[in-house]
Design a binder for this molecule. Sequence first.
Ligand code: ADE
Ligand code: ZN
Length: 338
Amino acid sequence: MNLNALIDALPKAELHLHIEGTLEPEMMLSLAKRNKIDLPYANVKEVQAAYEFNNLQDFLDVYYQGMSVLIEERDFYDLTWAYLEKVHGDRVRHVEIFFDPQAHMERGIAFETVLGGITSALETAHKEMGISSKLIMCFLRHLPEEAAFEALDCACKHKDHIFGVGLDSSEAGNPPEKFSRVFAEARAQGFVPVAHAGEEGPAAYVKTALDDLQVQRVDHGNRAFEDPALIARMVRDQTPLTMCPLSNLRLRGIERLDQHPIKKALNAGLLATINSDDPSYFGGYVNDNYKEVAKAVGLDAADIVQLAKNSFAASFMPDADKQQGLDAVAKCLDQVKK
Ligand code: ADE
Ligand code: ZN
């Protein structure tokens, strides 16, 4: 079996996915029409032409504009459902999804509208496709601490649907410690903390995400490699890393995909995983990320299997469900050997 067929066949979890980053150009245009929202694009080609990014901020500007077409609960449902149907075909059986409520509340959309659409699609996907999920609410780090506290207040009313809190948006100049107090309160309220760190920001931000925010998982973490002692610590603690190769390429964290540190991470013994981040904007869903980075850095079948296993090990699933995911990987390998 060739490597791409193995990637397609393996059961896996996706742990770093912004639901607003799954908005495909076709859906963006149709929702703009349905909701009478003006966009600066007349067709799919014009939308795609805007997806030329020099850095994270270039992308974020287009991303926040794109999500302005999401107005009604059913829009959030349709968005989430389309993603889940797509990755069901990639053999994804568990997803941990980020959402950015502050970006919607700023536009006058109620927290409950956003959450209701996303969670009802997740519930239907569990029933109809067997995909399990956890939802992680991100604080927008370019906004003040006060705004994050307001989002946390909303989340506290919906603890049955929100598992964790994360930190995303413009990293440079917005270190994790800006949100130490919000994360302390979120942890006290029972939310599991994660954060984007070391995507564009320095290794020091990964360190303060661990020390100050007490995150249980680091999203991206690429620049942690600038600090060998930090890598040694994350290997020792088996701190999961959710890496996103095509995102790093498209946002120019790396110039070429063969420079991606995923192989280095596996060789070092880190609990690294592969994810898509914002697949509609970065040119590929989770299996595309596996395939393209495997080809570029020379991952072999053992590496791919390790990554699929890591995706369950690094998840927030209960232990029994993690084991079921790992057993499904083993079963798949038995079948492909026959
Ligand atoms: N929001 C959506 N995608 C993001 C990314 N890659 N980094 C930071 N914030 C984001
Ligand atoms: Zn991300």
